[in-house]
Design a protein around this ligand. Structure first.
Ligand SMILES: NC(=O)c1ccc[n+]([C@@H]2O[C@H](COP(=O)([O-])OP(=O)(O)OC[C@H]3O[C@@H](n4cnc5c(N)ncnc54)[C@H](O)[C@@H]3O)[C@@H](O)[C@H]2O)c1
Length: 357
C-alpha cells in the first residue's frame, strides 16, 4: 500500500466542477488498488481573492509544499479582469509554480480515435498522434535579464545555463524511458548561440540514456512537421518560448481544450492541472468536460506517485468511455451526451471493472 497526501486547489468556475470528478477518480483508484490518499482543499485564484484578499494565500502555498502532489482546477473570471496585476487570479498561479520550483512542464497530446473528426487535420494525417511535450518553464526569454521596453526599443534575453538545460533534459529522457524511448530535442542551433549550448548539453546527458534514441530538430521545421506528420514524434523537449508555442500547436491537433492535461514537475512538489481555464461561459451548468482534469490526475499517479499501472488504468478508462460514445457537449460528435458528474461516474465504474478483470 502506498500513502499520498494530495492538496486540491479547485480554484474558480469549472475548476471546482472538474476537480471534484478528478478527486473522485483518485479515490476510486485508491480504494480499488489498496492505497491511501488523503485530500486537503485550499483556496486559490479568485476564490482566494474573495475570501483572503490575495490570489495565493500563504497557507495555501504552505499546504502545497507539505503535500506530495497538487491537483489544480483553473483560476480566473471576468470580475477580476480590471484588478491590478498583483490582485489577478493568474498571478497566483505564476506564484504557485515559482513557489513549488517546478521547471518542467509536461503536456501530452493524445488523439482518442472517437474524436478524430474534432481534429483540424485530415484523419489519415492525425490518426495515431500520441506525443508528450516537455517544456522548460523557468528560463529562456521569459525570465532572462536584461529586459526592458522604451518608446522605440524592446529587449529580451534568451539565456540558459548548462545546469538548467541538463535538468530539463534529464526529465525528458526519463519520460521517454516510460514511453517509446524516442526523444526529439528542438532548438534553433543554426542561428542562436543559446541553442548551441542547449544541443551540446542534451548530447552530453544522452550518454546516460543509451536506451533512448535522440534526434535534434529545428523549431521551424518541427512546427511544420507537427501538422504534416505528427505521428513522427513521441517525446519532444524544448526551451520555454518554443515550448509555449509548440505545445499549443500540438494540443489543438487532438480536439477539445477540455481534454488536455498537464504536469509541472522537477521542483519540490508536482503540480497537475488541465490546460483549460475557468470557462465562465459554462460554469455552474454541470456540462464542463472533466477529462483534462482526470487525465491530469493520471499524470499525478505516474510522475508523483510512481503508480504506472494505476495511471494507465485511468487513461484506459478515459479511452473506453469515449469509445462507448460518452461525452460532454464540447465533444459534439459523441452520441451519448452526459453531464460532468456522469462522465466521472462512468470512469469510476471502468476503474473498478478493469481491476476486477
Ligand atoms: N490555468 C488556468 O487556470 C487558466 C488557463 C487559461 C485561462 N484561464 C482563465 O480562465 C478565464 C477564462 O478564460 P478563457 O475563456 O480564455 O479560456 P477557457 O479555457 O476558460 O475557455 C475557452 C473556451 O473553451 C471552453 N472550455 C474550456 N474548458 C472546457 C471544458 N473543460 N469543458 C468544456 N468546455 C471548455 C469554454 O467554455 C470556452 O468557450 C480567464 O479568466 C482566464 O484568465 C485560466
Amino acid at each position: 500500500m502506498s500513502q499520498f497526501k494530495i492538496t486540491v486547489l479547485p480554484g474558480d468556475g469549472i475548476g471546482v466542477e472538474v476537480t471534484r470528478e478528478a478527486v473522485g477518480c483518485l479515490e476510486t483508484v485508491a480504494k480499488t488498488f489498496g492505497h491511501e490518499f488523503t485530500f486537503e482543499s485550499h483556496l486559490m485564484g479568485g476564490a482566494a481573492l474573495d475570501a483572503k484578499g490575495v490570489p495565493l494565500p500563504d497557507e495555501t502555498l504552505a499546504a502545497c509544499l507539505a503535500s506530495d502532489g497538487v491537483l489544480l482546477g483553473a483560476v480566473g473570471g471576468p470580475q477580476y479582469d480590471n484588478n491590478p496585476p498583483k490582485l489577478k487570479p493568474e498571478t497566483g498561479l505564476l506564484a504557485l509554480r515559482a513557489g513549488l520550483g517546478v521547471f518542467a512542464n509536461l503536456r501530452p497530446a493524445f488523439l482518442h480515435e472517437p474524436l478524430i473528426d474534432a481534429s483540424p487535420l485530415k484523419a489519415e494525417v492525425v490518426r495515431g498522434t500520441d506525443m508528450l511535450i516537455v517544456r522548460e518553464l523557468m528560463g529562456g526569454a521569459y525570465f532572462g535579464q536584461p529586459r526592458e521596453v522604451t518608446e522605440d526599443r524592446g529587449l529580451n534575453s534568451m539565456v540558459y545555463t548548462a545546469p538548467e538545460v541538463e535538468r530539463i533534459a534529464r526529465v525528458a529522457f526519463e519520460a521517454a524511458r516510460l514511453r517509446r524511448k524516442k526523444l526529439h530535442s528542438i532548438d534553433k542551433a543554426n542561428v542562436l548561440e543559446v541553442s548551441q549550448l542547449w544541443r551540446k548539453v542534451v548530447n552530453r546527458v544522452a550518454q546516460d540514456y543509451p536506451d533512448v534514441q535522440l534526434e535534434h530538430g529545428y523549431v521551424d521545421s518541427c512546427a511544420m512537421a507537427l501538422v504534416t506528420r505528427p505521428t513522427a514524434y513521441d517525446v519532444i523537449v524544448t526551451e520555454n518560448l518554443f515550448g509555449d508555442i509548440l505545445s499549443d500547436e500540438a494540443a489543438v491537433l487532438t480536439g477539445s481544450l477540455g481534454m488536455l492535461p498537464s504536469a509541472s514537475i522537477g521542483g519540490k512538489v508536482g503540480l497537475y492541472e488541465p490546460v483549460h481555464g475557468s470557462a465562465p461561459d459554462i460554469a455552474g451548468k454541470g456540462i464542463a468536460n472533466p477529462l483534462g482534469a482526470i487525465a491530469s490526475a493520471a499524470l499525478l499517479l505516474r510522475y508523483t506517485c510512481k503508480l504506472e499501472e494505476e495511471a494507465k488504468t485511468l487513461e484506459n478508462a478515459i479511452s473506453e468511455i469515449l469509445t462507448e460514445g460518452y461525452g460532454t457537449p464540447d465533444l459534439k460528435s459523441q452520441p451519448k451526451q452526459v453531464s460532468t458528474f456522469e462522465i466521472g461516474e462512468a470512469i469510476r465504474s471502468k476503474i473498478v471493472k478493469a481491476k476486477a478483470a
